[in-house]
Each structure stands twice: as C-alpha cells, then as structure tokens.
Design a protein around this ligand. Structure first.
Ligand code: F6P
Length: 323
C-alpha cells in the first residue's frame, strides 16, 4: 500500500475544550512523521468553501491551554446532502489530501462515514463533544472540562441555596443524553438528578423534597439534563405544589468554554497522535478512543449502530446519598 503524504484536520459540530490540544497533536505528530498537514476551517462547511490551509508547528503553538477551536467549527446542512458529500470528496482529492482527521461529535462522525463511502480519503474520527455520548470511547474530548465547569457553578449556587433556604433547579447540557447531568449531579451532591434515559416522576420529587424538609434540610439542588426537561418547567411545578422558594438556572454554553483540564489535554494529545498513527499504518474509516485507559480504534460505522448508555447505578448512588 502506498504510504500517505498529505493529511488534513478539521473540527466540526459543537466546540469542546481540548479540541485545540488535539489539533496540535495531529499537526505535530504528522510533521514528526514527515507528513504535510492542512487545516480545514469551519468543518464540513469550510471544506465545501475550500477553506484549506497548510499548518506548521508554529501555527499550533500556544494553543494547548485554549478552549474552543482555532480552526473554528460549524454545522453544515449542505454536507448532509449527497451532492455536498460528493463536492467535499472532489475538493479533498483536488488538494491531494489522502487522510482526514475529523474531531467532533456524532454528527461529524456521520459526515466521515458518508465521505468514506464515496472517496478514497482515509478517514479517522476523534471524539470531541462535551456530551460524551459517542460509543467506542469512555471519554470524548471536552467532557471532563465541561463537567468541572458545571460543577464549579453548582458549588457556587449551593452557597446561595443554603443561605436563602431555596431549591435550585439547574439545567445542564448533554443534548439527548444524561452523561453530564449524572456526573455533575453525583459530584455536586444533588438531591435529585433527572436524565432522559430514566423516567422520572415529579410527584416522587415532591415527596423527596418534603421528606428532606421535615428532616431539617432546607435547601436542595436538582440537576436536570436538557434532554429530560426544562429547569423552568420543573421550577413552575414545584412552586405550584410547595411553599419553597424555587429558582431555575440554565448553565448553557458556559459549559462548552474555558481552558481544558489536564485530563482533556492529555486525552486530546493521545487521541490526536494515535489518529495519525492509525492513518500511517494504513487504517481508514475508524474512530479512535480510550477504553479502560487503553487507546482503541473502532470502525466509524460503529457509532451509528451502537448506543452509549449511562451507568444507572450512579443515579441510584446519588439517590442513596440524598437521604
Ligand atoms: O453537542 C454539544 C451541545 O453543547 C449540546 O450539549 C447542546 O444540546 C448543543 O450542543 C447546543 O448546540 P448549539 O451550540 O448549536 O446551540
């Protein structure tokens, strides 16, 4: 098999802290192995506009600690069409790009799958999303930073909840999944955690609040995943049915920003370098990941046929801690 000489890297979908560390790892490990590297700006949208430029070691200097992505990112409707995918494949071939590293979430991996069906470009996905909902890896780049950011916010809110004897309903991101809510709820000592994967009962939530109030606990934190319900709706329900002072807080995009944690930087560096290594060894249509502390690679289609599930025992544990 002919060795590859030129690869490209892009970030796609929602930004996640650590994406820059991963871009840096892809670029520097590729240069180390004697490859040419291009950066594609604004994900698949930028590919279709030929926003492609050479990357050097210097162009990724001083970014390991920066949140967001220096390549920018976007969600592309055009790339979801067969014409868009064909155009993308044609542009990559015209630029002589033989390998493409896509850092992003499940939508971005799907884009990679479509591209791999009609093009000879070797595709290597790297999971990067705060939602951590991609199968084939225990952790996606950005999740650790996001949960620590959300946790810091929850810890701060708890001070006010305690001082004013209030109930706070805090909504976190996660799209259709409850990974963020479960982790920050458990770490933040939330009295209740509502996630989309497990049916919840607002009447039971009321009982729990009444019981804890009777025991002398006059403040509570309820963490809700955006995919389960809206914090505002839960607040309204609680206000209608209890005498407690309830506030709703949506953490929103602040969870996506900020300097990546050490964990995310190391993960991003390992996954970026491993993606290049797999391309060099001739692998294609894969997504790299980390499972049980070991670097792994799964066929990229795996993310379409498998669903990553939350550990519901963590929910039970959180309930146990809330008695
Ligand atoms: O996928 C990351 C994520 O932050 C989700 O948690 C959230 O539902 C979504 O992106 C928000 O997307 P946007 O930034 O386009 O509003």
């Amino acid at each position: 098999m002919k060795p590859i000489q030129r690869i490209a890297v892009m970030t796609s979908g929602g930004d996640a802290p650590g994406m820059n560390a991963c871009i840096r790892a892809v670029v520097r490990s590729a240069l180390y192995h004697g490859l040419e590297v291009y950066g594609i700006r604004r994900g698949f949208a930028g590919l279709l506009r030929e926003e492609i430029e050479p990357m050097t070691s210097l162009s990724v200097g001083g970014i390991i600690n920066r949140g967001g992505t220096i390549l920018r990112t976007a969600r592309s409707e055009e790339f979801k069409t067969p014409e868009g995918v064909r155009k993308g494949a044609e542009i990559l071939s015209r630029y002589g790009i033989e390998g493409l590293v896509i850092i992003g979430g499940d939508g971005s991996m799907r884009g990679g799958v479509e591209l791999s069906r009609i093009s000879n470009v070797r595709i290597m996905g790297v999971p990067g999303t705060i939602d951590n909902d991609i199968p084939g890896t225990d952790y996606a780049i950005g999740f650790d930073t996001a949960i620590n950011t959300a946790l810091e916010a929850i810890d701060r809110v708890r001070d006010t909840a305690y001082s004013h004897e209030r109930v706070f309903v805090i909504e976190v991101m996660g799209r259709h999944k409850g990974f963020i809510a479960l982790e920050v709820g458990l770490a933040g000592g939330a009295e209740a955690i509502l996630i989309p994967e497990v049916p919840y009962d607002l009447a039971a939530l009321l009982d729990m609040l009444h019981r804890s109030y009777e025991r002398g606990k006059h403040s509570s934190i309820i963490v809700v995943a955006e995919g389960a319900c809206r914090a505002e709706d839960v607040k309204k329900f609680l206000q209608e049915h209890t005498p407690y002072h309830v506030r709703a807080l949506v953490l929103g995009h602040m969870q996506r920003g900020g300097s990546p944690t050490a964990f995310d930087r190391v993960l991003a560096t390992q996954l970026g370098a491993y993606a290049v290594e797999r391309l060099l060894k001739g692998h294609t249509n894969e997504m790299v990941g980390m499972e049980g502390g070991r670097l792994v690679a799964v066929p990229i289609e795996y993310i379409q046929t498998t669903t990553k599930t939350v550990d519901v025992r963590k929910l039970e544990l959180a309930a146990m801690m809330a008695i």
